[in-house]
Design a protein around this ligand. Sequence first.
Ligand SMILES: NC(=O)c1ccc[n+]([C@@H]2O[C@H](COP(=O)([O-])OP(=O)(O)OC[C@H]3O[C@@H](n4cnc5c(N)ncnc54)[C@H](OP(=O)(O)O)[C@@H]3O)[C@@H](O)[C@H]2O)c1
Length: 301
Amino acid sequence: MKVTVVSRGGREATVTDLQEAIHKQTKKFYPSRQRLTLPIPPGSKDRPIVLHSKKSLKEYSDGNSGNLTVVFKDLGPQVSYRTLFFCEYLGPLLLYPVFYFFPDVYCFFGYSVSSVTHHPVQTYALYYWCFHYFKRIMETFFIHRFSHATSPISNVFRNCAYYWTFGSYIAYYVNHPLYTPVSDCQMKIGFGFGMLCQVSNLYCHIILRNLRGPDGNGWYQIPRGFLFNIVTCANYTTEIYQWLGFNIATQTIAGYVFLVVATSIMSNWALIKHRRLRKLFDGKEGRPKYPRRWVILPPFF
Ligand SMILES: NC(=O)c1ccc[n+]([C@@H]2O[C@H](COP(=O)([O-])OP(=O)(O)OC[C@H]3O[C@@H](n4cnc5c(N)ncnc54)[C@H](OP(=O)(O)O)[C@@H]3O)[C@@H](O)[C@H]2O)c1
């Protein structure tokens, strides 16, 4: 497909202009659905260079001719990151209270429920859980500054399946009529420690927010201060420990299974983020060397 981009008012044409020109030509390919790369020479094993929307087209065309060949990939239907996060967090926020407030649901699983008196640990677990997911929705809308505007729509189904299923699985066991509570002391230690980690997690997200400008500009920076001076992904560290606090207080197999799965997912992401920051900063002219830090959980890795 041949696309002509005309620069206006002496301003250099940018990748965004090209994306808009493609969109004009084929309506369904709105800009966030497009991935534009430079063609790789035959036989080369290099990764293709992805065109950055804010850069001028001249930067990719060696500046010598008005012609630029790019490879177009359709990323498929997209949703905004805010919509994606909102959908995945709304499920656990709404489903968990169903098991607490409507014990009749256990009748479907073969338990006869006449009258249910909740133990304080179950009530505090409800508050803790709802606070956690409410906080995450608020962070999504008012704190995070995402670098990518959108995500493929298929991620909504995958992520909702993960959060909604685990949310229901844990809620089922913690609110179960045959639930055996832990001691009062263990409950206080668990929830106390967990709440401390939740507040620390919020603080970590505020630190990450301040690394970028209001419009999400600034790409990736080295996070500094608080627990970021010890680990690269202090936000994941505090997230993992807050789930540990919840599990110390509620003590269910379902909760610990979620902890193990979430820890393995976040450890994997933390490793990728740690490597990316090292690649971006180590040995790059004029940039500070990436400081030696643990990735996520000292002293494990
Ligand atoms: N329970 C679970 O299974 C689970 C799993 C994952 C996450 N979480 C929770 O959800 C939170 C959000 O997770 P996430 O993985 O989507 O995002 P994240 O990595 O925690 O980052 C949060 C925001 O900060 C930005 N950011 C991260 N590192 C940055 C850096 N070095 N420089 C500039 N900006 C940076 C991110 O930008 P980008 O848009 O560029 O990424 C994103 O907008 C986590 O912190 C955690 O509390 C829970």
